[in-house]
Design a protein around this ligand. Structure first.
Ligand code: ZN
Length: 243
């Protein structure tokens, strides 16, 4: 499907949208378990916290230990500068604004059109790199009302991108119907305690970018919506485990 030759057929080759958070770290493990060739892409769009970029490197490096059989399938990492988009999409994540609910009913962390932009840019890279699958951590179960996380939106994007590129393209969203506790359980099924420990220690979710305090679920301020969601899900997952 592309102008980069690869011995792996496109439908066996995946590009993971990888931010270094819990969800995309789990997606990376899922892809390594499922596809013959996996690469990662991250987007720098002027987030407040370059801590996200550091988390990406630690998680990728840790996969060799957590998933020894799959690690050889992990290929290159790409970071794409989307600071121009970040300037348009200014919100609590990309500017110094409080994290709160707005009159629209969406949290101020909503970056308008973010996943549409990410998927479009990722599809161009996938085309060039010979990937027939994009993997993203979008989730409509405990998403914060983000309309671009819904499977209906993703289905429309999949159709649009495949038409626009004139090539088959699948957008896989393995977390779409999972809550955060089920996402932890999926990581455990994929990589056991080694993987869940890696995600606890090195993935980053906190909207405020804090890594001062280590909780049972990882680092973070403990109070922002992302930390609260992560902490609740981790507690529910732990409670579901046999004593
Ligand atoms: Zn936080």
């Amino acid at each position: 499907m592309s102008d980069t030759s690869s011995p792996v057929p496109a439908e066996r080759s995946a590009l993971v949208l990888f931010s270094g958070g819990q969800d995309s770290a789990t997606c990376l493990a899922w892809a390594l378990d499922r596809y013959d060739r996996v690469e990662t892409v991250g987007f720098d769009y002027g987030q407040r916290h370059h801590v996200e970029m550091q988390a990406r490197e630690r998680i990728r490096g840790g996969m060799a230990t957590a998933l020894p059989d799959a690690a050889a399938r992990l290929g290159e990492d790409f970071v794409i500068d989307l600071s121009g988009y970040g300037a348009i999409a200014e919100s609590a994540l990309t500017a110094d604004r409080a994290i709160e609910m707005e009159a629209s009913g969406l949290p101020s962390t909503f970056v308008p059109g973010r996943n549409l932009v990410f998927l479009t840019v990722a599809s161009a890279l996938a085309y060039r790199r010979g990937h027939g699958v994009l993997v993203g951590g979008m989730c409509e179960t405990d998403y914060s009302g983000y309309p671009d996380c819904r499977r209906e939106t993703i289905d429309a994007m999949q159709t649009t991108l495949a038409l626009g590129l004139a090539t088959p393209l699948e957008i896989a969203t393995p977390l779409m119907q999972l809550d955060k506790a089920q996402t932890w359980a999926l990581a455990e099924r994929l990589g056991g305690r080694a993987l869940t420990a890696l995600i606890e220690e090195d993935s980053h979710t906190c909207y405020r970018g804090e890594r001062g305090e280590r909780h049972s679920w990882g680092y973070g301020c403990g109070h922002c919506p992302a930390c609260e969601l992560r902490a609740r899900g981790h507690a529910a997952w732990k409670a579901s485990l046999p004593a």
